[in-house]
Design a protein around this ligand. Structure first.
Ligand code: IVH
Length: 683
């Protein structure tokens, strides 16, 4: 049976004969996906679909226990073993965790624990940890020395990847002297790849024409299972240890004490471990990290909740696959698998034609995704996205959804290639792709799509912030011929707006007032609103600060612009040509006549010695400031903030979980300060 059919199967009334056939198909399908996931590190279906297949098989096997076989995928944890590595037997079975999706399943788990222990909520302490999205490993220390390490494998036996693990700097080859260590210590942890490192690896792979990894987890697993350890060493893998085997010998009576002991041994532990009691507090920890995980330099896919007390753990015991004292509370996945139903082209305010993949709707990171931008023609070709393709979509929080990669393994030959249209899909004008440019553009300034986008952008929150003038109203005004460019907004009168559908007296007044109010917006917003190519909010602020007045800017020549810090030739060129175009000058004159503010308030700089003329880089998470608050303070005192560490960086401010920028700073011998020192500097 095909995958799609299996996923939709209803087995509530199935008889034994039918069940036998379905079980066979399900096992075959699950084995196939185990192979893609664990051996090729290249899954071709979503985790959710995999779970669905597994749950289906479990439910049939529960109903017809006579159908259970020893080699059924339900009887095994993790990966099938494949040649290439020697195998190693784990000192104790490496279990996996029971998953929970949502608060209700979390509550059900806790209630079951309280019931089984015959204790009240307040009597059972839990340890909450981040669930690191990497690859599970087991490490053996003999008399304090690292001697062997293995993948989880099928839970009982793993692959011997000792040589590869030895390349990971975060794994100590000797444990700390002076700590009482049993002659044999077996610890468990998660090897992972930082977000930055993952992006770099994929960039390199793309340049080399290799298939990209779908996510840091696959990349970490792939890196660990390189036959040549020199290849593993090239990837900057790291590890967090989260447990030990035979923990009774370690002088600890609970999980938290054991973690402290492992830390003393010199092993690397995640710093966000917390002891928590009661549903409300556990839920709070989960909710907090669902948000804050975005700023961590590594991927997490949930929270692991563990009963702290070893005696309680023992009492609760385990099933063949999962301990009954622990739970994986899963975050909504940031990746999903879906299908490209079409590739359409949209026209932006600069006339740029952007191919957009229309997707079969899927929920990613908690919201429904049905479009993903493909940026330009080259991107479509590079990713080789075709209409009808199955693709992996990534969306993190508020970030725009992206197609990570095409699952070419699921092609059936009916997919259609995309071709950029030669005529604008909105106005039919010619489409030009200039030499050396990736973007194709509609060259008509009168293109309704260009006008529409330009006006919507002008009125938007980040620009002139005209409350109530959103895309739908702009469209109505354009359709009625009441406006054709952004300046026309200021010449609308009461009757123009009142005549629009759904506008009453009060709403008309409100919109007129919002339009009027926007006339006094600062120059930087006006500059951003004009939609000059490459002039984003930040550059607009620099220009407003530098020139103080729109007329001064309009007179600036290329070299004057280029001499400004952060303004390169591309931006300078774009500004000069913008102010050369007759049409743009007409719009500006109309804006002037309407009484818009053309001058900037100078930002007050209170120069301080420690900051003045120095370049700062912020990395990691600060507890007391947002990034932009910290940057504003630095700028207020005369300093500059840049995003990347280079030789010209003077100071790196490192918050929690600082990533590769901190490593770069150390390598370049740049001064690094922590949040407390930064606070002291500000005073
Ligand atoms: S405890 C018996 N703690 O999640 C309990 N696991 O199926 C063993 N993982 O493959 C797991 N972070 O590799 C535990 N803080 C953490 C973890 C964690 C990630 C992985 C682990 C396992 C999977 C759960």
């Amino acid at each position: 049976m095909e995958l799609e059919k299996l996923l939709k199967l209803d087995v509530s009334n199935i008889d034994e004969k039918q069940a036998g056939a379905v079980v066979r198909d399900l096992r075959e399908e699950l084995n196939r996906h185990n192979y893609y996931y664990y051996i090729k590190d290249n899954p071709i279906i979503s985790d959710a679909d995999y779970d669905k297949l597994m749950r289906l098989l479990e439910s049939i096997e529960e109903k017809f226990p006579q159908l259970v076989t020893a080699d059924s995928p339900t009887q095994r944890i993790g990966a099938p073993l494949e040649g290439g590595f020697n195998t190693l037997e784990h000192g104790e079975k490496m279990l996996s965790l029971q998953d929970a999706f949502g608060h209700e399943e979390l509550k059900a788990f806790l209630d079951r624990v309280y019931k089984d222990l015959e204790l009240e909520e307040s009597q059972v302490e839990f340890v909450c940890e981040l669930k690191i999205d990497g690859s599970a490993v087991s490490l053996v220390y003999q008399d304090g020395s690292f001697v062997r390490g293995a993948t989880r494998g099928d839970g009982v036996t793993g692959e011997d990847i000792t040589s590869n693990l030895k390349t990971i700097k975060a794994i100590p080859l000797r444990l700390m002297d002076g700590v009482q260590i049993p002659s044999r210590l077996e610890v468990r942890g998660e090897v992972y790849l930082g977000k930055d490192e993952f992006l770099q690896i994929n960039k390199r792979r793309e340049e080399e024409g290799l298939a990209v990894f779908a996510n840091p987890r696959n990349a970490a697993a792939g890196s660990l299972r390189q036959i040549d350890p020199a290849q593993t060493a090239k990837r900057r893998l790291s590890i967090f240890i989260y447990g030990a085997v035979s923990n009774q010998e370690l002088g600890a009576s609970n999980h938290y004490q054991m973690l402290e002991y492992l830390k003393k041994c010199g092993l690397r532990l995640n710093p966000h471990v917390k002891k928590v009691t009661g549903y409300e507090k556990i839920k709070k920890y989960c909710d907090r990290w669902e948000e804050e995980r975005k700023s961590l330099p590594y991927e997490t896919d949930g929270i692991v909740i563990k009963v702290n007390d070893f005696s309680y753990q023992q009492k609760l015991g385990q099933t063949s696959r999962n301990p009954r004292w622990a739970l994986a509370y899963k975050f909504p996945p940031e990746q999903e698998v879906t299908r490209v139903v079409d590739i359409k082209v949209s026209v932006g305010r600069t006339g740029a034609l952007t191919p957009v993949a229309k997707l079969e709707p899927v929920t990613v990171a908690g919201s429904t995704v049905s479009n993903a931008t493909l940026h330009n023609e080259d991107e479509v070709n590079r990713k080789d996205v075709r209409i009808g393709d199955w693709v992996i979509i990534h969306k993190a929080g508020d970030v725009i959804p992206e197609i990570v990669k095409v699952i070419t393994e699921r092609r059936d030959g009916t997919e259609k290639q995309f071709k950029m249209p030669e005529r604008c899909p909105v106005c039919g004008s010619e489409v030009i792709r200039a030499e050396g440019e990736a973007v194709s553009r509609c060259i008509s300034l009168a293109c309704p799509a260009v006008q529409f986008e330009a006006i919507v952008h002008f009125a938007s929150k980040g620009a002139m912030d005209i409350d109530g003038l959103g895309p739908a109203i702009v469209k109505k005004l354009l359709d009625r011929g009441l406006i054709a460019d952004p300046a026309d907004i200021y010449y609308l009168d009461y009757d123009d707006i009142f005549s629009l559908e759904n506008f009453k007296q009060k709403s008309t007044h409100n919109l007129l007032e919002a339009i009027n109010k926007s006339k006094s917006q600062p120059l930087s917003r006006l500059l951003f609103g004009l939609g000059i190519r490459f002039v984003g909010q930040h550059v607009a602020e620099i220009l407003a600060d530098e020139f103080g007045d729109l007329d001064n800017l309009m007179q600036a020549d290329f070299s004057q612009l280029e001499s400004i810090d952060e303004i390169g030739p591309r931006i300078a060129d774009s500004i000069v040509s913008f102010f050369k175009q007759k049409q743009n000058l007409e719009v500006i004159e109309k804006l002037r006549k309407a009484g818009l503010n053309f001058s900037a308030e100078k930002k007050k700089v209170e120069e301080r010695k420690e900051f003045a003329k120095k370049t700062f880089v912020l990395t990691g998470k600060l507890e007391n400031f947002t990034r932009s608050q910290a940057a504003d303070l630095i700028e207020k005192f005369g300093g500059k903030v840049t995003s990347a560490v280079s030789k010209s960086t003077d100071v790196v401010i490192a918050g929690n979980d600082a990533g590769s920028k901190l490593d770069d700073a150390k390598k370049l011998g740049i001064k690094v300060i922590d949040e407390k020192q930064f606070k002291d500097m500000i005073g």
